[in-house]
Design a protein around this ligand. Sequence first.
Ligand code: ADP
Length: 769
Amino acid sequence: MPSPRFGTHKTIESRWLLTLPSFAAALFSLALAIFLIFTAYSDRSARNNSLTQDLLWQKQALTTRVDNFTHQLRTVAASMATDGLASAEFTARTLSLLQESPEIIALEYVDETGRQRWREPEIKVAELPDYRHPELIAIRDAVLAGAPSAYSKIIMVAEDMPVLAIAVPITLNFNGRHVLIAQLNLRTMLQQQVPWWIAQRYQISLWQQEKLLAGRFDRSHDASHLNSSIDLAWGPNQLKLTAHVYAQKRDNWQTALTLVVGALSLLMLASTWALRRHIKERQRTEAQLRQEQALRESMENSLVTGIRAMDLEGRLFYVNRAFCEMVGYSQEKLLGASHPMPYWPPEDIEECMAIYRAILSGRADSTGYQMRFMRSNGERFDVRLYATKLIDGEGVHTGWISAIYDITELQREREALQASHERFVAVLNGLDAAVSVSDANSGELLLSNRQFDRAFDIPEKHGRYCNIPVVSRHKRLPVDGEWFDDFHQRWYQVKSRSSVWVDGSEVWLEIATDVTVLKTAQEQERQQNEQLQQTTRLISMGEMASSLAHELNQPLAAIASYATGCRNVLSQAEPNVAQLDQAIEKMAAQAKRAGQIIRGIREFVQRRAPHRTRCEVSELLETVLTLLGAEIKKAQVKLQVERDPELPAIYADAVMLEQVMFNLSKNAIEAMAATPVKDRALKIILRKQDEMLAVSIIDRGTGISDEQMEQLFKPFYTTKGSGMGMGLNICRSIIEHHQGRLWVEANPAGGTIFRFTLPLVLENEAYEP
Ligand code: ADP
């Protein structure tokens, strides 16, 4: 990685490199443009200078020419005065003047009276002015008045001929003055007096107050904007001499050169710009390439997959780091290697060679090969190899590239997983319980053990569904309940709870234990118990038969004696009705009592399902004591009953509670058989304690040893020769059936205390579980 500092430096450098050619090209173009402008400017100012000079020169030439005329006219005038008009001298001078000066269109000699004396040429062209023209008269008069010379105003003849007249005096001997007037055609003068080198470069024109008088033009040339004017004063005339520079045709080579240089600089600018773009593009591509190269390198180095490439002959020309580490050979050692490869285990050469050939012939299996390779230290390891064609950037097939995965660890894990799975399945199938996992929403069965499949025999039609309908599957709480499989006629104890499955979905896990055997045994036991209870009761009744007979005897004997009494009363002459009524009432009471005893016995002996009703425990105790009355008397036991004055009613099965109190009281009486008669006492206490009814039956009997305490409530435990050993067991069942508790304590005064409690439930809470 280049440091950021280096990166910045490099960027600045490359930016300079990029900018420099463009900058140079722009500078060059600018310099060229400045040079061209400067050249044009200096050329123009040079031409301006020469224009001014040439115009001055031209003015000078014209002025000189007019001055010369004046001078020559004076000479001719002098000659005229001295030699006379007829002299050869004068004629020669006049001819010479006229020949030299084509611009002179007329010469006139006018005397002081204004009369024309002489004229050359003699024949006057009609439109030309003569001595009668006001302008000529004006200059004649000026000269006659004494002026050395006079210039007329410009006379325009036929629009295109400006004429300037010059008058000089002819001074005669007799002091008289005549006048010589010459007429100059300024147009001709201009044609004559502008030399070729000026006419070539300029349009020369003569102006009087914006009116063009004459000019010298070359029609084949256009005038440029470059011009200059100069004032020219001839007599009263304010004239202006103007020169227009002809538009110069540029030199062809110069224009061509400028164009070529301009085009070249444009080309240079464009190419520099294109080059700059190209370089930028290239730099971007290079940066991208570098980045990709770095990415490729880091990817190759981070890969755990071995990669190797072979040319078409099967020689290795590329191996990555992971492959080198995998086989334990350096890159130098591997590159160029061919078959047999150093990492082929000697024992597997045949197989390796076959795969090698298959790859080279292009028949490699696309699903890959599982092979065994050898590290440089001889260790073997399993790999999975995938081979494919290597195509270069031009689409040419240059060799074969393979990806190699070390699967030793994977295989080990897979085996371990398999073993663990097998153990799990073995345990699951070894269970007696039917285990199932089903989808909480659809009920689809996801897993079941052998016991489950065997027990429920689920057909596989459209997927399997759990068929244990114990609880709503959307209940969150674990459920524990019993379920009777109607179809197979079996009882199950089902424990269910919701759980999360391996894929994260909510499932219902159920364990159903077949409790049919247990259930049957319980039922049998229950039935046996019932039977036993019945038997117990019958036995109790049998034992009590004599006492009961005695008990019944009493009311029956009373009834009999009352009946005798009644008969005695009736046999009287006047039977005492009141006595009779009393006796009958007593009889009825005794009969009722006998009936009560019999009903009690019947209910007691009757085998029936528990039935809760509202009952007063004192009344129940009363019945029990009635039944035991004879027994108590016979055993000479002192009976003592203590009860809370306001005992609440309870909701219970009256007969069952009677049986409990009957059994406990009877046991207590029997336990006191060996107790001295004076100590024999049975105390029964009925109390209300913390919303419970508490009953204690206290005797002064043999008491119960610690070992006995453990055994007492077990069925068939008895110490009596004729005992069944079921009494206490049944009592506890009954009390627990009423959600109460029955236990035994030693009586500190000697003997035993049996206690039981019953909840004082309200009527609507009393239920049959
Ligand atoms: P059974 O009366 O037929 O023997 P029980 O289950 O009623 O059967 O009593 C079991 C045994 O508990 C009795 O044989 C007796 O040894 C002992 N037992 C019961 N009540 C008393 C008691 N009040 N005092 C001493 N022992 C008792």
